[in-house]
Design a protein around this ligand. Structure first.
Ligand SMILES: O=C(O)CCC(=O)C(=O)O
Ligand SMILES: [Fe+2]
Length: 210
C-alpha cells in the first residue's frame, strides 16, 4: 500500500541532475529510465487497468473544441484525465511532475505554469499516427511528457514511441515501465506503433500561459 508521504524537497535538485533541460535544448527530447519507483509504477498501472475495466476510459479524440472527433484509425487509445485527489498514487505522480516543472523552469526559462495529464490505454493493434501535440489554434502546450506503466516490455511486442527529430534519423523508444520521455510539443513529430499486448501510459503536457 502506498503511504501518503510527501516527497523530499531535494527532489527538485535530484531532477536537475538528470540534465533533462540540456537534452531538450540540444536534441528536442530526453529519455529517463526508472524515473518512478517500481512501487509507484505498479500502483499507477493498477489504477489504469481498473479505470479501463470499469469502462471509465473514453476513446480519445483528435483536434480540439468543435473540431474534435473520434477517429480510431488515426488515434486508437482510450483515455481518462487525471484529477487532483483521485488517488494517493495520482497525487504522488502529480507532485513529482510539479517538481519536474519547477526544475525545467530553472534550466529552460520556458515559463511552464500548468500540467495536464491523462491515463492512456492502447489495446493490442491500437496506434496513434504521426502528429504534433500542439494545436493549431492554441500554442500553450510546450513540453510533452510520457511515463510508461508496462512491466517487462519486450521490443518484439511493438508499441514503440517513434520520434522524428527534424533532420535526424527517427528514434524508437519501447514503452518500458517507469520510463519517462519528454519532447518539445511544437516541433517533435511522433507516433505510437501498434503492439501485440495492452500498452499503458500517462501522457501529459506542461503548458505556459498564453
Ligand atoms: O504514448 C506515447 O508514447 C505517446 C502518446 C502521444 O503521442 C499522445 O498522447 O499525444
Ligand atoms: Fe502525441
Amino acid at each position: 500500500m502506498l503511504a501518503a508521504t510527501p516527497l523530499a524537497p531535494e527532489y527538485v535538485s535530484e531532477i536537475l541532475r538528470l540534465n533533462i533541460g540540456d537534452d531538450l535544448t540540444e536534441h528536442g527530447w530526453s529519455q529517463q529510465n526508472c524515473f518512478l519507483t517500481e512501487e509507484l509504477t505498479i500502483a499507477l498501472a493498477a489504477e489504469c487497468h481498473l479505470l479501463n475495466d470499469d469502462g471509465a476510459m473514453k476513446l480519445a479524440g483528435v483536434g480540439r473544441g468543435d473540431d474534435q472527433a473520434v477517429r480510431p484509425t488515426i488515434r486508437g487509445d482510450q483515455i481518462a484525465w487525471l484529477k487532483a485527489g483521485q488517488s494517493i498514487a495520482c497525487d504522488r505522480y502529480l507532485q513529482i511532475m510539479e517538481n519536474l516543472r519547477v526544475a525545467l523552469n530553472r534550466t529552460l526559462f520556458l515559463g511552464l505554469d500548468e500540467y495536464e495529464s491523462h491515463f492512456a490505454f492502447y489495446s493490442p493493434g491500437a496506434s496513434y499516427l504521426k502528429h504534433l501535440d500542439r494545436f493549431r489554434d492554441d500554442d500553450s502546450r510546450t513540453v510533452s511528457v510520457v511515463i510508461y506503466l508496462n512491466p517487462d516490455w519486450l521490443p518484439e511486442q511493438g508499441g514503440a514511441l517513434r520520434l522524428h527529430p527534424e533532420g535526424k534519423c527517427s528514434e524508437d523508444i519501447t514503452p518500458t515501465g517507469s520510463r519517462l520521455v519528454l519532447f518539445m510539443s511544437a516541433d517533435m513529430l511522433h507516433e505510437v506503433l501498434p503492439a501485440t499486448r495492452d500498452r499503458m501510459s500517462l501522457a501529459g503536457w506542461f503548458r505556459r500561459r498564453v
